[in-house]
Design a protein around this ligand. Structure first.
Ligand code: PLP
Length: 398
């Protein structure tokens, strides 16, 4: 019998020459456990998914209960399925009044696809605006608005009429005019290197879009559900988009995403022609049951506040460390979405490897390989925070 590692290499399409390659036995809370009996502290939450910790018991119970009742019964939008309705209503309760109708998808990419199509259909316009350094997903549409050329080039021709503006550049906003259907933006750029805009940027962007009649899409796939210290990152700036997209941690570990807007805009998907945008599995009842349990857990345990407090503590410790050693270039973040910027990619890769060896999972952001993402579960204990920090400290001091 060949080893699982060889079978993984042989039978699964590889997405990089050097995958992390941990062989997973189980996962719980802040840890993933490998088949050789080791425990790894997960400081990236499976890349922004495990906000409520791995294998959360409330979510597992909800999955089991729904799985006993029914699995898939019909394509999205035809039958009344209480897991979908209950989650949509609970979400709408947490959001600004204009974000009151939900379209469920299987992923963040699909949420953005839907949002872009919706904006084009509602406005009748064709142009799209995105930002340099953004990441919105890997299907043709989402890839077309992803702000890094090396990931677009091999797949061209992509969508025509997309313009990329520099992120956080007020002057560039003038380019948003009456031909633009939508502007898509991450309130905090994740893969771009945990980039936080100036406090006035998103309000200025909101005002410009309103003036031009372009729909504003906030991609909160990575920043949503408490990660940045508020339930949604937009709350930091008191601005609401016309369309919000979410996914990743939304399903509590199950595949679930959504685009959310107001009935007047959403209506354009059911007319001229009806069934303008459909999905078979989007809003799978088991995923929605998991999503509701996850959202309830986040609210009941006030995880956004916890993320804000823990994040502040961790950032302060990292900044103190940066004063003491010269291998850290910058520390930035909001809540438990933190970027630790080092000086060069090789040093960053070595640091991440050292941490892994010591039992801490970290990684760099897709577009910026000198920025290490620190995004542990929001349920992280004080002790786990200290443990992770000690490993980081030791690996940087070497
Ligand atoms: N948008 C943002 C901001 C993301 O970070 C990601 C994934 O990393 C996506 C969209 C794509 O989400 P998914 O991988 O669920 O398709």
């Amino acid at each position: 019998m060949t080893s699982p590692r060889r079978r993984f290499r042989r039978y699964l399409c590889q997405t990089s020459p050097d995958p992390i390659g941990l062989e997973i036995d189980h996962a719980s809370g802040s840890y993933v456990y490998t088949t050789d009996g080791k425990a790894y502290l997960d400081f990236i939450s499976g890349i922004g998914v495990a906000n409520i910790g791995h294998t959360n018991r409330q979510v597992v119970q909800a999955i089991k209960a729904q799985a006993e009742k029914y699995l898939h019964v019909m394509v999205y939008g035809e039958y009344i399925q209480s897991p979908q309705v209950d989650l949509a209503a609970r979400l709408a309760e947490q959001l600004p009044k204009t974000l009151s109708q939900v379209y469920f998808t299987n992923s963040g990419t699909e949420a953005n696809e839907g949002a872009l199509k919706l904006a084009k259909k509602f406005t009748g316009r064709k142009r799209l605006i995105s930002f340099e350094g953004s990441f919105h997903g890997d299907t043709h549409g989402a890839c077309s608005v992803t702000g890094r050329e090396i990931y677009r080039k091999p797949f061209e021709p992509l969508l025509p009429g997309v313009t990329f503006l520099p992120f956080n550049d007020f002057d560039a906003l003038k380019q948003i005019d009456g031909f633009v259907a939508a502007v898509i933006v991450e309130p905090i750029q994740g893969e771009g290197g945990i980039r936080i805009p100036d406090d006035r940027f998103l309000p200025a962007l909101r005002a410009r879009c309103s003036k031009a009649g372009a729909l504003l899409i906030f991609d909160e796939v990575q920043t949503g559900f408490g990660r940045t210290g508020t339930l949604f990152a937009m709350e930091h700036w008191g601005v609401a988009p016309d369309i919000l997209t979410v996914a990743k941690s939304m399903g509590g570990g199950m595949p679930l995403g959504a685009f959310i807007s107001q009935p007047k805009i959403m209506k354009s998907l059911s007319v001229d022609p009806p069934l303008s945008h459909v999905t078979t599995f989007g809003g799978h009842p088991v995923c929605c049951a998991a999503g509701l349990a996850s959202l309830n857990f986040i609210i009941e345990h006030d995880l956004p506040r916890r993320a804000a407090a823990m994040g502040e503590k961790l950032q302060a410790a990292l900044r103190e460390l940066a004063e003491e050693i010269d291998t850290i270039r910058a520390v930035r973040g909001k809540g438990l979405m933190i970027g630790l910027e080092l000086f060069d990619p090789k040093q960053t890769a070595r640091f991440v490897q050292r941490c892994l060896k010591a039992g801490l999972i970290l990684g760099w952001t897709l577009h910026t390989n000198t920025v290490v993402r620190i995004a542990p579960p929001l349920t992280l204990s004080e002790e786990e925070l200290q443990q992770g920090f000690r490993i980081i400290q030791k690996a940087l001091r070497k």
